[in-house]
Design a binder for this molecule. Structure first.
Ligand SMILES: [Zn+2]
Length: 275
């Protein structure tokens, strides 16, 4: 069973509140699961926006199973299903075979990060879009910003859903390096607030806080800049592992990162400061 089939089956069997928030460029469902209660803080946890990082989708299913003790979370395990399947199963998983083979320059798609149109979804958000040091302006396995912010169906769906929910915080799951990113040009008061929560997350998952200089246009960046909420990117898995991280490491990842949503919910203080 591939990762999309696994998340789809989980969705069919899930008895709680759930929703399909949109579809991918190849028509696959973008699933959202609600855990906890509709009381503050309500967060969004989204994973596998980069294809080859699909192990984070399985970590998200563990987050859903664990549940939440305070507030609630919308969990979106697989933001980029087409990219995940390209990485996991290769070119057989998509319709647009010829053009994707050209973009990729070969048949090995294991390191693919983008969606099925060669747009890197995590540089396609409207937050200093196009100003990143690694940004590219042509489709490919990674770093293509797209023709405009939100030109990709997946990033558009995620942004629209986030606006609809208006969460108190968000967390994004990536691989790898065991570190946390939390900054994006916040003014003083929000920086203090966000650093405090970042430290709580850091202690809960035993990962240091880092700065991603020159990295813009991501979901976390957009949440911080446009929604003015705390937003975090967690890079799971040892830097020594190779992409894509094999399923045999999932148990370790769940042990280390399984409590993250509860730590964020418990550590959150009050509503956003609109500074
Ligand atoms: Zn990533």
């Amino acid at each position: 069973m591939n990762v999309y089939e696994e998340v789809s089956r989980f969705y069919e069997n899930f008895e709680g509140e759930k929703k399909i928030i949109g579809e991918s460029e190849e028509g696959r469902a973008l699933y959202a699961f609600f855990i906890g209660r509709h009381e503050p803080p309500v967060g969004i946890s989204q994973a596998a926006i980069h294809g080859r990082e699909y192990i984070t989708a399985l970590l998200s299913l563990a987050h859903i199973e664990r549940g939440i003790k305070r507030g609630g979370f919308w969990v979106l395990p697989l933001t980029n299903p087409d990219g995940a399947l390209l990485s996991e199963e290769g070119i057989s998983s998509v319709r647009e075979k010829k053009i994707l083979l050209e973009m990729n320059g070969g048949t090995d798609f294991s390191l693919w990060k983008a969606n099925a149109r060669g747009v890197d979804l995590n540089v396609n958000f409207d937050a200093k879009w196009g100003d990143g040091v690694k940004n590219l302006r042509f489709p490919g396995p990674e770093n293509d910003i797209g023709e405009a912010p939100f030109c990709a169906k997946e990033s558009m769906a995620l942004a629209a859903f986030t606006r609809e929910i208006s969460p108190d915080l968000t967390v994004s799951w990536h691989t790898k390096g065991e570190e946390i990113y939390w900054r994006f040009f916040q003014p003083f008061f929000r920086r203090q607030r966000d650093r405090r929560l970042a430290k709580i997350l850091s202690r809960a998952v035993n990962c240091p806080l880092r700065e991603a200089k020159g990295s813009v246009g991501g979901y976390k960046d957009w949440c911080i800049e446009k929604l003015k909420i705390p937003a975090f990117t967690v890079e799971v898995g040892s830097e020594n592992l190779t992409h894509p991280i094999k399923r045999e490491y999932l148990i370790e990842l769940i042990e280390r990162y399984g409590g993250a949503l509860n730590a964020l919910a418990e550590g959150f203080h009050g509503r956003a400061i609109h500074a």
